[in-house]
Design a protein around this ligand. Structure first.
Ligand SMILES: C[S@@+](CC[C@H](N)C(=O)[O-])C[C@H]1O[C@@H](n2cnc3c(N)ncnc32)[C@H](O)[C@@H]1O
Length: 292
């Protein structure tokens, strides 16, 4: 925090973003990843990027915009820009009522129909997984539901995010106590190995998850994700405008197998976005079903 503050002061007036530059950058960011940077985040963007411009020896935001489009380092810079504009907040067992519905209703229903069909192949997609807390939580719930039966199942959670940096941390799977604050004690004991003051996810669970980078605004990348029975996309679409929300939710619909479920964040809604799903109301959660 203090370094951001001091860098803006040292750099002085020339590193202020003009309205025109902000508009250019905003359009560029939207075209790249579907995130719409609202007017009230202009100064945040300016503060967070000032240091970057200094490191790159750029005189103003127009030069930065040019760099993002034409410089040999533009791909790497785009990743850095994504890190600046995304919010990666997450935690294990985030929103317990929703996860209880997942465990007791949704997962049970999906596992039962898979057992009946004789195809014990479970596919879950965690879209916008940040540092991995969500997909690991899902893996832990699945392991606790299937218990000794787990090795007889083919289970895969596809987890992806826009930011390579958060994915690296997800692949490591080592966490501090703060992000585990809502995790039941017995889960902590069962699924983690304590390493000094940190907790490492057990390797048996790590291998259920496949992490890779995906930009949800890239239709071709989304199409390559294996089809799933359940899609989790929580606390991600809040950063998108309606047009982008419609695109992404439509892509989840296409990815889901008939009878599959979409689980979005507690404060998010598909109102005015999609009528394709059937909303099912449970105490503490609304889950969206693809009928079929
Ligand atoms: C607030 S976190 C949510 C993490 C987790 N799903 C949860 O609910 O705890 C939002 C994540 O969405 C990712 N994200 C934002 N826009 C994205 C896009 N266009 N493609 C892929 N991931 C994106 C961000 O990088 C960030 O890690």
């Amino acid at each position: 925090m203090s370094s951001l503050f001091s860098s803006t002061i040292t750099l002085g007036k020339e590193l202020k973003v003009t309205d025109a530059e902000f508009g250019q950058l905003r359009d560029f960011i939207y075209a790249q990843c579907g995130i719409y940077v609202a007017d009230n985040r202009k100064y945040l963007l300016e503060n967070r990027l000032a240091n970057r411009l200094k490191q790159l020896n750029l005189k103003n935001f127009s030069e930065y915009y040019y760099y993002l489009q034409y410089d040999a380092g533009r791909r790497e810079e785009l990743n850095r820009l994504f890190e600046v504009i995304t919010t990666n907040e997450t935690s294990f067992y985030r929103n317990p009522p929703q996860l209880q519905v997942f465990q007791e209703q949704i997962l049970t229903d999906v596992l039962d129909s898979l057992r009946k069909s004789g195809q014990k192949k479970l596919r879950i997609w965690s879209a916008g997984c940040s540092t991995g807390e969500e997909p690991y939580t899902l893996a832990m719930i699945i392991a606790d539901v299937l218990k000794g039966e787990l090795p007889t199942w083919d289970v895969r959670i596809t987890a992806n995010d826009l930011s390579e940096r958060v994915l690296e941390s997800a692949r490591r799977g080592v966490y501090n106590e703060y992000t585990l604050r809502s995790t039941p004690k017995d889960v902590l004991a069962r699924h983690f190995v304590k390493q000094d003051s940190f907790y490492a996810v057990r390797p048996e669970l790590k291998k259920l998850i496949l992490y890779h980078q995906i930009n949800l605004s890239d239709a071709a990348q989304i199409k390559r994700v294996e089809r799933s029975q359940i899609v989790f996309c929580r606390n991600v679409i809040i950063y998108f405008d309606d047009e982008m929300k419609k695109k992404v939710i439509g892509a989840f619909y296409d990815n889901l197998l008939p009878g599959g479920y979409l689980i979005i964040g507690h404060s998010e809604s598909l109102h005015n976005i999609s009528r394709a799903f059937k909303p099912i109301h449970y105490p503490g959660a609304i889950i969206y079903k693809k009928e079929g």
